[in-house]
Design a binder for this molecule. Structure first.
Ligand code: CMC
Length: 424
């Protein structure tokens, strides 16, 4: 054992190996802890618990670094296409031109959603939240592609990448009372999504390259984020050997929560509320600091970023660029900037290292692109899909054991059953 950590319990000492990651991160390997000491660790929210060794995404929360497979998020967001990044995450390397063409073509061959799935979709109410619909539709895929029809993991990966944007647009179409659009394989991934969202039988949609490029950037920024809540969910569900569809559907549900991906919708709603309330940002900063108010500044704070969220920096600049290019003057952008400036100079936020996260400005761009508020988290899910797939694939390739945390039981000790008649 070259480097080790020593633990004293009573009069005994135990040694545990220290593992070092490729970026010099350190972990104490406690795999034998319970066998050797009879103790477990407890770490609510897994704040200090590494669940896996992963070669997909590197994140340094103190330095604000995010890299997919070694490539910086800044460079990828500037230069790559979303499908290129998806390929990178899923298969480990950037694709050659031929690999890219094959990957894109495979996806195009599977964009149509089984018409029988439409019947399930039709049962949802017109005002159903699109995240609930999306997770149910993805889960339904596990019933459609089962047994002999299921094919290889590779095929299921392609099916998900291909069909998720199509299914996502259905919810929007239904909410508008409009017929759904079928995919157009002459368009690239982002343009195809936009076309399915916005084309009408009476009015074809002209893809604006500014809009398509902005969407491409946002999807890249969301594509992976190592062991966050939804990704850990995907890996945990997948560790039971549940299908890829079941695992991704669970990830979508985890993402929907307001403390996770659902924050992007909450941010815009919060900014709208502040605007409607006269734009008094100081009042909302005070509320966020008051633990009894039940109010949090949505889009602020992060479990791992304690300096800045590199995605937020890119998105803030992109928001300025997109609004300028589209000639949009969104009053909530001003409120967001004021809120950010006020929070960043406030002792409460400074002391707790609370900075704008990826969700703070993303909604402003989505809105400028014409995406309705309740679709924001769905956009996050479309972006995160290749990351979830890559993590699921890695978990499977590494033959990771079923995820099964332990607990410290604090309930009643053994007691005798009392019949109902005798109970007080
Ligand atoms: N507004 C006001 N206070 C906050 C906020 C906030 N947004 N976030 C954290 N705090 C305070 C919190 O009350 C606590 O204070 P104290 O130490 O006095 O008790 C301290 O900061 C630490 O917060 P925590 O809840 O223990 O931190 P966490 O790591 O468990 O939670 C978080 C991280 C992102 C859930 C949290 O910051 C939050 O609720 N933010 C708002 C929701 C949000 O924007 N979520 C999107 C995250 S980024 C997208 C994604 O990847 O999901």
């Amino acid at each position: 054992m070259s480097e080790f950590a020593e633990l004293s319990l009573g009069d005994k000492k135990y040694q545990f190996p220290v593992i070092t990651g490729s970026e010099d991160e350190k972990a104490i390997d406690i795999a034998k802890l319970r066998d050797e000491t009879g103790h477990i660790t407890i770490d609510s929210g897994y704040k200090n618990t590494g669940a896996t060794k992963s070669a997909i995404t590197f994140l340094d929360g103190e330095l604000g670094i995010l890299r997919y497979r070694g490539y910086s998020i800044e460079e990828l967001a500037e230069k790559a296409s979303f499908l290129e990044v998806a390929y990178l995450l899923i298969y480990g390397e950037l694709p050659t031109a031929q690999q890219y063409a094959e990957f894109e073509n495979e996806i195009k061959m599977h964009t149509i959603v089984n018409e029988d799935m439409r019947k399930i979709f039709e049962g949802f109410p017109v005002n159903a939240h699109p995240m609930g619909v999306l997770s149910a539709m993805v889960c339904a895929m596990s019933a459609f592609y089962t047994g002999e029809k299921s094919g290889s993991d590779e095929l299921n990966i392609i099916r998900l990448m291909a069909k998720m944007p199509s299914m996502a647009t259905w919810s929007y179409k239904k909410s508008q009372g409009h017929p759904v659009n079928y995919p157009n394989n002459s368009l690239d991934y982002c343009s195809n999504f936009l076309n399915m969202m916005f084309a009408l039988p009476v009015a074809p949609y002209q893809v604006n390259p500014v809009v398509s490029a902005a969407l491409n950037k946002l999807l890249i920024l969301h594509a992976d984020h190592e062991q966050n809540c939804s990704t850990s969910t995907v890996r945990l569900v997948g560790s039971s050997h549940a299908s890829l569809y079941a695992s991704i559907s669970a990830g979508i549900n985890a993402l929907s929560g307001p403390l996770h991906g659902g924050a992007n919708q909450e941010v815009i709603e919060m900014l709208e509320d502040i605007k409607a309330d006269g734009g008094d940002t100081a009042k909302y900063i005070a509320m966020a600091k008051d633990k009894n108010s039940g109010f949090r500044l949505m889009g602020f704070g992060h479990r791992v970023y304690k300096n800045f969220d590199p995605r937020a920096r890119i998105i803030k600049k992109a928001a300025d660029d997109v609004l300028a290019a589209l000639g949009i003057n969104d009053p909530v952008l001003k409120i967001a900037s004021e809120l950010e400036a006020a929070a960043l100079s406030d002792e409460y936020f400074v002391a707790r290292k609370l900075y704008p996260n990826v969700d703070f400005y993303s909604g402003i761009i989505y809105r400028a692109l014409g995406i309705p508020t309740d679709m924001f988290t769905v956009m996050f899910a479309i972006g995160r899909l290749p990351g979830w797939i890559a993590q699921w694939k890695e978990m499977k390739a590494n033959k990771e054991p079923i995820g099964r945390p332990r607990q410290v039981y604090v309930g009643a000790t053994e007691r005798a059953y009392v019949s109902m008649a005798e109970r007080a």
